[in-house]
Design a protein around this ligand. Structure first.
Ligand code: HEC
Ligand code: HEC
Length: 191
């Protein structure tokens, strides 16, 4: 009898919470990737690529969507009801998707050079790392979609996007809109 109770306790602990959550995440994942791109690269304007994103950054952002600290359609609805474990599971899966690739086609060298100077001046490559792969709570931005990068940077600047802390608001404060366009052009085309 005692063995049976222990066995049941073990089963309940192992199967019920962990099993139910894994299934939820696995069931919901195709919906996420229909928008964000199954191979980590988004084909949809306004929807960011998620491939190889830093797991900790993703966890924090999903938490912020859930708590409406970051307000953006449709993500507040998408994150509703997810447990903290769900957020971490999504983040771990997303981190293992392939990193996005730059678009094909000719590149405006003068623009790239202008942006490189801005990157040095504003130390983007210090926090986001020299390859822009990010680290911990600092996101990968290398080869992210250009129009999403513009939206993100404008959002920090006009305060419509609140970061987990004020870091990016401080970074973009002295940056002009023309510079934002050059920075996004460059980061979206990193080789
Ligand atoms: C209908 C399309 C759609 C679906 C479905 C969707 N997303 Fe999103 N997601 C978006 C858009 C659009 C944004 C960008 C919001 C913004 O402009 O800030 C986004 C942003 C994100 C971000 C933030 C990325 C970053 O770089 O900051 C994460 C993480 C994310 N989604 C994960 C998920 C997960 C996990 C799911 C499934 C539970 C999901 N998304 C479902 C459209 C979608
Ligand atoms: C002091 C460190 C630091 C510096 C310098 C910095 N960043 Fe960031 N960046 C961050 C952090 C932390 C976040 C996540 C903020 C949040 O929670 O939204 C971020 C977020 C971003 C995002 C949003 C990415 C996404 O997926 O939504 C973009 C784009 C970005 N940074 C671009 C830049 C550019 C361009 C520069 C240089 C002009 C720069 N950053 C400089 C730390 C930094």
């Amino acid at each position: 009898m005692r063995d049976l109770i222990i066995c049941c306790l073990l089963l309940c602990a192992a199967a019920v919470p962990a099993g139910a959550q894994t299934q939820t995440v696995q069931q919901r994942l195709p919906v996420c990737l229909a928008c964000h791109g199954a191979d980590g690269q988004s084909q949809t304007a306004g929807v960011p690529s998620l491939g190889a994103q830093q797991s900790f950054y993703t966890t924090v952002q999903l938490l912020m969507f859930r708590e409406r600290m970051r307000v953006a359609e449709p993500m507040n609805e998408m994150a509703k009801g997810l447990s903290d474990d769900d957020l971490r599971s999504f983040a771990d899966i997303i981190a293992k998707l392939l990193a996005p690739q730059p678009p094909a086609g000719p590149v405006d060298d003068a623009r790239m050079a202008r942006a490189r100077a801005l990157v040095e001046q504003n130390r983007c490559n210090f926090c986001h790392t020299p390859t822009f792969a990010g680290q911990d709570n600092v996101p990968r931005i290398a080869d992210q979609r250009e129009e999403y990068l513009v939206k993100a940077l404008r959002g920090y600047k006009d305060n419509s996007r609140h970061g987990y802390d004020a870091t990016m608001a401080d970074v973009v404060a002295p940056i002009t809109d023309a510079q934002i366009l050059d920075l996004a052009y460059y980061i979206a085309r990193l080789k």
